[in-house]
Design a protein around this ligand. Structure first.
Ligand code: NAD
Ligand code: DAU
Length: 332
């Protein structure tokens, strides 16, 4: 394999993957991205022109996708509508991109016999009780809660069916919550960091007891490269770094790192259907493919992320006011 087609490479995790893969491998990469509100060409600035190309386009555009897939060795599929809150207010784009877009890609990969890696989420498994000793494994039954997670679950099942019925050369990974640079300010951690920079008190949904299993975006990227190169066709791998924390704890850590009182936040209206807890058991990926996360210190990773948002205000500032205006209408 020499050439990768990365869908959604102008988004948060896709752009981190592109930079990581260019630095750690010899692949040439073409990104196809529609540049929705969540995509930002600036996230891919300064990459080597001899190994990187950008195509603006929709993954549901069958003619464009057929041509791009024909020209590549493998597809890594990140493109999605990714935000739960948006899916609760306007689900339609989630069906168009996450379901029809994925269908368009796997049809092209099947026609051209190309390796395909599908990026998915732990949210397809629903949620866990706070005191449940179990974590999600590859055997956990699907039980998605939101329009977002149900369309991701649907896209996973399409990929599985294309493997079984059409021999698609695909693998799937389901990862927990990512943090790091280049994440849109609508998401929890960047929203609170940029709120503090702007003198706005952070907003916790409900009681703030919900638990997420945080992983640095670079650890997600190294796991995806491992699966792409060593994963078994037809298999699903869960990606996680043992980073369970409740939202209240994360907000308090952000406030402390930014020199504010730990209690200087507000509780706001809860998310409808809000999943209580996610937790990943990534033993299969670790034992079968030998992957290990590198970012074990969440506090240090959070500090680096805060520094990135302080140093890159020109990247996030254009989205901040409209994002907060949208949340204000929702009482959040
Ligand atoms: P993001 O919203 O930051 O980026 C999504 C990208 O996809 C954007 O650049 C957008 O322009 C592009 N896009 C959207 N619709 C498109 C279309 N129709 N055609 C082409 N491009 C399109 O999302 P993210 O947080 O980087 O998530 C990337 C992937 O990782 C998603 O599949 C998501 O489900 C999955 N994932 C995310 C997390 C997380 O914590 N953010 C965790 C696990 C899995
Ligand atoms: O688990 C993987 C998923 O993680 C990915 O599939 C999604 O694409 C990604 O967006 C993320 O989903 P979450 O819904 O967990 O992330 P979000 O950043 O929206 O919220 C994280 C937690 O913080 C969640 O419990 C809701 C809460 N929250 C969020 C915001 C924006 C708040 O308390 N306040 C906020 O202002």
């Amino acid at each position: 394999m020499q050439k990768l087609l990365v869908t959604g490479g102008a988004g948060f995790i896709g752009s981190n993957f592109v930079r990581y893969a260019l630095e750690h491998t010899s692949y040439s990469i073409t990104v196809v991205d529609k540049l929705t509100y969540a995509g930002n060409r600036e996230s891919l600035r300064g990459l080597p022109e001899d190994r990187f190309a950008f195509v603006k386009g929709d993954i549901a555009d069958a003619a464009l996708i057929d041509q791009l897939v024909a020209e590549t060795d493998a597809v890594v599929h990140y493109a999605a509508e990714s935000h739960n809150d948006n899916s609760l207010h306007d689900p339609r784009p989630f069906l168009d991109t996450n379901i029809i877009g994925t269908y368009t890609l796997i049809e092209a990969a099947r026609r051209h016999g190309k390796r395909f890696h599908h990026i998915s989420t732990d949210e397809v498994y629903g949620d866990l009780e706070l005191d449940d000793p179990q974590r999600f494994t590859e055997q956990t039954p699907y039980n998605p809660s939101s329009p977002y997670s149900s369309t991701k679950a649907g896209s996973d099942l399409l990929v599985r069916a294309w493997v079984r019925s059409f021999g698609l050369q695909a693998t799937i990974s389901n990862c927990s919550n990512n943090y790091g640079p280049y994440q849109h300010v609508e998401k929890f951690i960047p929203r609170q960091i940029t709120n503090v920079i702007d003198g706005i008190r952070p907003k916790l949904y409900g009681k703030g007891e919900n638990v997420r299993d945080w992983i640095h975006a670079d650890d997600h990227s190294s796991a995806v490269l491992t699966i792409l190169e060593k994963g078994e066709i037809g298999q699903t791998y869960l990606i996680g770094a043992d980073g369970e924390r409740n939202n209240k704890d994360v907000v308090e850590q952000i406030l402390e790192h930014m020199g504010q009182p730990r209690a200087a936040y507000d509780h706001v209206v809860d998310r409808a259907g809000h999943d209580l807890r996610y937790a990943i058991d990534s033993s299969k990926l670790r034992s079968e493919l030998g992957w290990r996360p590198v970012f074990s210190d969440f506090g240090k990773g959070l500090e680096d992320t805060i520094a990135w948002y302080r140093d890159n205000e020109s990247w996030w500032r254009p989205q901040k006011a409209q994002t907060e205006a949208k949340y204000q209408v929702q009482g959040q």
